[in-house]
Design a protein around this ligand. Structure first.
Ligand code: GLN
Length: 305
């Protein structure tokens, strides 16, 4: 088994690989043999290879069934091969290799200045947040804290077309990427971007809905982070010993920035137990998504201290 796992990556694109399907199969094998890690924009080797091969060929990511039998040109073969080499040998996540990621069918530009979009809040927004919001028209203002690439702010603008969306990030570099994405989606007049620490740049502004996928990785997990995840900004991931450093400050200030019926929605990944242990008195409502246990909680303004 170990022999199989020792990847001998070829020096040049193998001539036997002709079709889109051939390249997908080869990419899956390379990812498996190299013990690649997933979870940033794809769940497993099959999905990651699909994203890599179709993405590098500028084909729609859902077009494999139509495209798998078609041949690549020589320059396309070199391009896919180089993309795969970066992914497998340098452990660069596929989204950074390609320069984009898709979330809920929308495309976002990404690079190492921003976290790769993957929050379950995206799925909840695309579903209209029916579990928490009876009347979407009642949402006139949305705040996205730790916006990174701007993905959730953009998905929120689409989910609540009557709302003004405000997005904040502490990283000026991340906001440069968010600005490009907001422009790409034609939302310059809808989404306003601010640089600063959580609520700091917002004065006394209040919002009907606050969403956030904050940094929540514990110090212990940061120490064991797979190589792929080390390409992402540490600032977007690390949140102290119990992963709650950013959440703690957010919870202290959130009530002052919510309207009386406002709600707070935060993605804390796999940290539900750590969150409940740290804030035993707060009535977190954990939301379910189609993809399973989401790690996203909801709190009403009235529940907050
Ligand atoms: N809001 C962005 C996302 O969900 C970035 C989050 C972050 O940087 N922690 O992808």
């Amino acid at each position: 088994m170990t022999a199989l796992r020792q990847l001998e990556f070829p020096d040049a694109a193998p001539l036997e690989l002709v079709s889109v399907g051939d390249w997908w199969r080869f990419a899956v094998s390379c990812l498996v043999r190299s013990d690649a890690e997933f979870g940033q924009s794809s769940a497993d080797a099959g999905q990651d290879a699909l994203f890599l091969v179709l993405g590098a060929l500028d084909l729609p990511l859902d077009s494999f069934d139509q495209m798998h039998g078609f041949a690549l040109t020589n320059s396309e073969r070199k391009h896919v091969f180089n993309a795969l080499r970066k992914r497998v040998l340098d452990r660069v996540p596929t989204a950074y290799v390609l320069g984009f990621a898709e979330q809920m069918g929308l495309r976002f530009l990404v690079d190492e200045r921003v976290l790769i979009p993957r929050s379950y809040i995206g799925e909840l927004l695309a579903g209209g947040l029916h579990d928490c919001i009876n009347d979407p028209a009642s949402i006139a203002s949305v705040l996205d804290l730790c916006t990174g690439s701007g993905c959730l702010a953009i998905l929120a603008a689409n989910a609540f077309p009557d709302a003004d969306v405000t997005a904040v990030d502490i990283s000026a570099d991340a906001l440069d990427v968010a600005r490009e994405n907001v422009a790409l989606h034609g939302l310059d007049d809808v989404v306003s971007l601010h640089q600063g620490d959580l609520f700091a740049p917002l004065g006394k502004a209040r919002f009907d809905l606050i969403i956030s996928n904050p940094p929540y990785v514990t110090a212990e997990s940061m120490a064991m982070l797979p190589q792929e995840f080390r390409h992402e900004p540490e600032l977007a991931l690390a949140a102290g010993d119990d992963g709650n450093d950013i959440l703690r400050r957010m919870l202290q200030e959130a009530k002052a920035h919510l309207t009386p019926d406002g709600i707070l929605l935060v993605d804390m990944g796999h940290n539900r137990d750590l969150v409940e242990a740290a804030f035993p008195r707060l009535p977190f409502m954990w939301l379910a998504t189609e993809s399973g246990d989401a790690g996203v909680f909801m709190l009403h303004a009235r529940d907050l201290p």
